[in-house]
Design a protein around this ligand. Structure first.
Ligand code: NOJ
Ligand code: MG
Length: 533
């Protein structure tokens, strides 16, 4: 896939895999217990460029900017700086250069909807009602009896409004009170954020993951949300906190904001914009724009991540993704990230091999969350004094486990969050073991990178093979693949002969090799197969 122009300008369309790094927890180079940019640089062999690498195409770094850490970097105090504990701009330049030398793209996190309360823009805005930056944020007078201006609830619970005594108004925050919302109706905000993007594009950054974009614009009349009326099709998306999120989330004007981000991105060839759009696929689809040069290139579909371990629910999540994305857009999947319990904890470690096979054989662009390739689980018992996130997301942010030594190869100091279980799951041991989960990830990614049907094939599901068996085809004119996934624990016999008489095992979650007959195929419990027809 390298070298051809298509792949270099829209590189994510050729089977690419994105790897999410939570910088505090990936690798610590200076022994302060906090992961840093030099640490990432020192671990690039794991990601790409050697025969022992995973072979990912891009890394996405969760925020690396100066921040008072009320939301662990998603509250940004300086959009064009690097937090001291992570290193310097020069360290970032070195990392980008080293990644590019390995054909790895570097994607940064853009957090456009809110700043930190510590950002100088907010200091100006809150200083007086007449400050030129007053209107860069969303201020409102109190309601009757000093109450909040309306009934909106923040994502983490509690009112979306914080009282500011200096000027006698409330300011809006969709997340923590330490994250005041920017006002995207103000042209100064638009220009400033576009300049932030240009600053990073000029430095060679390959794109942005755009945070929480559904909260970019709210109703200009600040109308109340109606009370909860109906359950959302996917639990966790849509209505929340007893309200229908109609006036403060997913507003039509948001699309103008994204078009602006896209115009800036298109000033620089080959760059990518990925939306974190927390919405059901019907709504998500609208964020992928009309045609290939509009709005986001990719938008994460969170439905599979929020789906319980059930073949019926998974079938629906996969079909919804396939049926509801615009024809010219690729779906984009992740099963774990820094905001949700890891899938090896949600579903169980014994299911991690099957999840890997699904993630890397479905059509679209998968994102791996650091550590899932070795089956990392959430920290099961964080002591109260080692919990930092008020929304309770520390357990999935524990440090990466590189080897079985006491510091797990993460740090020579005391890790900022306790290690989970380096003796059970670590990169060094799994690299040496061809049957490990890591080796399975490497085989799956290698198969995608060969550029065949896993990279570019169409998707077509096959239903009704057995209650717990999911099946789909990935076909190009040159290669025809059948993917079989037994989500059930018991073994089960299927007749998949409608796909052909037999198939050659390309990749298996277990120890299967050679050709298998499809007419009477016994799948082991939790077995997954990629078969070439
Ligand atoms: C989504 C980020 O992934 C999450 O960590 C953060 O708390 C919110 N957006 C607010 O920025
Ligand atoms: Mg450090």
């Amino acid at each position: 896939m390298k070298g051809d122009e298509f792949a270099t300008t829209r590189w994510w369309e050729g089977g690419a895999v994105i790897y999410q790094i939570y910088p505090r927890s990936f690798a610590d180079s200076d022994g302060d217990g906090i992961g840093d940019l030099a640490g990432i640089l020192g671990r690039l062999d794991h990601l790409a460029g050697t025969d022992a690498s995973l072979g990912v195409d891009a890394i996405w770094l969760s925020p690396i900017y100066p921040s008072p850490l009320h939301d662990f970097g998603y509250d940004i105090a300086d959009y064009t700086g690097v937090a001291a504990e992570f290193g310097t701009l020069a360290d970032l330049d070195r990392l980008v250069e080293a990644c590019h030398a390995r054909d790895v793209k570097v994607i940064l996190d853009l957090v456009p909807c809110h700043t930190s309360i510590a950002h100088p823009w907010f200091a100006e805005s809150r200083a007086s009602r007449y400050n030129p930056k007053r209107d860069w944020y969303i201020w409102a007078d109190p309601g009757p009896d000093g109450a909040a201006p309306n009934n909106w609830i923040s994502a983490f619970g509690g009112p979306s409004w914080e009282w500011d005594a200096t000027t006698g108004q409330y300011f809006l925050h969709s997340f923590y009170p330490e994250q005041p919302n920017l006002n995207w109706r103000n042209p100064g905000v638009v220009a400033a954020m576009h300049d932030v993007m240009r600053f990073w594009y000029e430095r060679g950054i390959d794109g942005f993951r755009v945070d929480a974009i559904q909260a970019a614009v709210v109703d200009d009349q600040l109308r109340d949300n109606p009370p909860f009326q109906r359950a959302s099709p996917i639990p966790g998306l849509g209505a929340r906190h007893g309200q229908e999120l109609l006036w403060n989330i997913d507003r039509p004007e948001t699309h103008d904001v994204i078009r602006g981000l896209r115009r800036v991105t298109d000033e620089y060839p080959g760059r990518i914009l990925i939306g974190e759009v927390y919405a059901p696929v019907e709504r998500l689809a609208g964020y992928l724009g009309h045609g290939q040069d509009d709005e986001f290139h990719l938008a994460w579909n969170f439905e599979p991540l929020l789906t319980p371990w059930s073949s019926a629910d998974f079938t629906l999540a996969i079909e919804r993704a396939e049926a509801l994305h615009p024809a010219d857009a690729l779906p984009s999947y992740a099963f774990s990230n820094h905001d949700n319990p890891r899938h090896a904890s949600r579903y169980g470690r014994e299911r991690a091999r099957l999840v890997a096979l699904m993630l890397l054989t479905l059509r679209g662009v998968p994102t791996l969350y650091m550590g899932e390739e070795i089956g990392m689980i959430d920290h099961p018992a964080l002591p109260p004094d080692r919990r930092f996130d008020r929304a309770g997301r520390d357990a999935q942010r524990a440090p990466m486990q590189w080897d079985p030594t006491p510091g797990a190869g993460f740090s020579t100091g005391t890790p900022w969050l306790p290690l989970v279980d380096p003796a059970q799951a670590n990169v060094a041991d799994q690299l040496a073991n061809p049957r490990s989960l890591l080796s399975l990830y490497r085989r799956l990614i290698a198969a995608r990178r060969s550029g065949g049907a896993l990279a570019r094939g169409e998707h077509r599901s096959i239903f009704g093979l057995a209650e717990d068996v999911l099946a789909w085809r990935r076909d190009t004119p040159e290669e025809r693949l059948l993917i079989l996934v037994n989500m059930g624990e018991p073994a089960t016999s299927i007749d998949a002969s409608r796909a052909g008489p037999s198939g050659e095992v390309l990749i298996a979650t277990g120890d299967r090799h050679g050709r298998v007959e499809l007419a009477n195929l016994e799948l082991a419990g939790l077995e997954g197969l990629v078969l070439r027809l």
